[in-house]
Design a protein. Structure first.
Length: 81
């Protein structure tokens, strides 16, 4: 198992996830305040893309660190993307 060791990459990943967390809170508020479903769907799509970018950023860290063989990175991509 590997972890993100580079402090700059770790910080960037955490900040990206905090933005996604804020998006999710915003979506909850939209739903609680009876927002139009299309607006909610648009925001859900944006949050999903933000999480996808976080995932691929994490994979990029794994690749850059060189701790995990290419076949294991490929397996992780197949399994979780």
């Amino acid at each position: 198992m590997t972890v993100v060791r580079d402090p700059a990459r770790k910080r960037a990943l955490v900040l990206r996830l905090k933005r996604a967390e804020g998006q999710l809170r915003g979506i909850q508020n939209l739903i609680e305040n009876d927002a139009d479903c299309e607006k909610v769907a648009q925001q859900l799509s944006a949050a999903r893309k933000a999480l996808d970018k976080s995932f691929f950023s994490l994979v990029g860290c794994v690749i850059a660190q060189g701790d995990v063989p290419a076949d294991e990175v490929s397996e992780m991509l197949s399994k979780y993307s």
